[in-house]
Design a protein around this ligand. Structure first.
Ligand SMILES: Nc1ncnc2c1ncn2[C@@H]1O[C@H](COP(=O)(O)OP(=O)(O)OP(=O)(O)O)[C@@H](O)[C@H]1O
Ligand SMILES: [Mn+2]
Length: 270
């Protein structure tokens, strides 16, 4: 077929096929079509019973995010190697797989997002909401000026025990959750002020204005960054929380877990 001469380049000589949320019959058809090719399934659940499977914690709306996340997971699980070329088959419009993209897996492109979502205590949707909020805050700043912010997500009881209030807690008697549109407006308003936000595993905003007093010391943070990042890193060594930190000074968003930076992104790139 003449079209194969043109579009065939997209899937020619790939190291593996990455199938995103396939139906059982689609998966069977592909396996049957070419027994030589490695097939890796990416989905929220392994309904098709694939041997090579990467769990997606959420259905990413953006295909690019979905694919990037999947590739990080596949690298992490050593299902693919650095430099492997994948034919990524995904659904972009509605219902079924309709798009194939040719993507090279590059270790250097890893953002750490897989670790952040897949192996954290808080619910993935909660982490996603906080990450989106912080990225938006980083993009827009507060009335055009750069702002810093510190969000501690998960293991909230322990985090509260290792911190103290800097001011009254506007969330004291409320039952608001991250992701509510109104909350995003409120959080942005409060983030102008000092201290950290504490969020529960399920996304409840437990407190604003917390001054973290972790007992862990000596976490490695990039030069030029100070106490916000030091405290944000150290609290994740002391507890099972993760932190998402926006730097006022360099504008980057970083995530910490187990006392280490596991993700660093420039909000302007989103
Ligand atoms: N232990 C802490 N808990 C919560 N917030 C803190 C803590 N220490 C510092 N902060 C907040 O971080 C702000 C900035 O402090 P600092 O400049 O030392 O941090 P930084 O890591 O350099 O971050 P940035 O890049 O945003 O400047 C402080 O004004 C304060 O609001
Ligand atoms: Mn600083």
């Amino acid at each position: 077929m003449a079209l194969d001469d043109v579009f065939g380049d997209i899937y020619a000589n790939v190291d593996a096929v990455a199938l995103f949320s396939p139906s059982g019959s689609y998966y069977e058809r592909l396996i049957g079509a070419d027994e030589e090719v490695d097939v890796i399934v990416f989905a929220t659940e392994n309904d098709v019973g694939a041997d090579a499977f990467v769990e997606l914690p959420i259905e990413f709306d953006e295909v690019e995010e979905r694919v990037k996340f999947g590739i990080e997971g596949a690298l992490e699980q050593e299902l693919i190697d650095d430099g492997d070329v994948l034919a990524c088959a995904t659904e972009v419009f509605d219902g079924s797989i309709d798009t194939v993209s040719r993507v090279r897996a590059d270790e250097d492109d890893r953002l750490g997002i897989y670790d952040l979502f897949a192996k954290s205590r808080a619910e993935p949707e909660v982490i996603k909401s906080v990450l989106e909020l912080v990225i938006e805050l980083g993009k827009k700043g507060q009335k055009g000026k750069p702002v810093g912010a510190l969000f501690v997500v998960g293991d909230a009881g322990k985090v509260m025990n290792k911190s103290r209030p800097l001011s009254y807690n506007p969330f004291e008697k409320s039952h608001v959750h991250v992701g509510d549109p109104i909350v995003n407006v409120m959080l942005k308003e409060f983030s102008r002020l000092d201290g950290a936000f504490v969020i529960s595993d399920a996304g409840k905003i437990v407190s604003a204005y917390r001054y973290l007093e972790p007992s862990a010391e000596g976490v490695d943070i990039p030069k030029g960054l100070g106490t916000r990042h030091m405290a944000g890193g150290a609290i994740t060594r002391d507890t099972n929380a993760i932190t998402i930190v926006l730097s006022e000074s360099d504008g980057l968003v970083r995530a910490f877990k187990g006392g280490e930076i596991i993700m660093e992104v420039d909000p302007e790139a989103y």
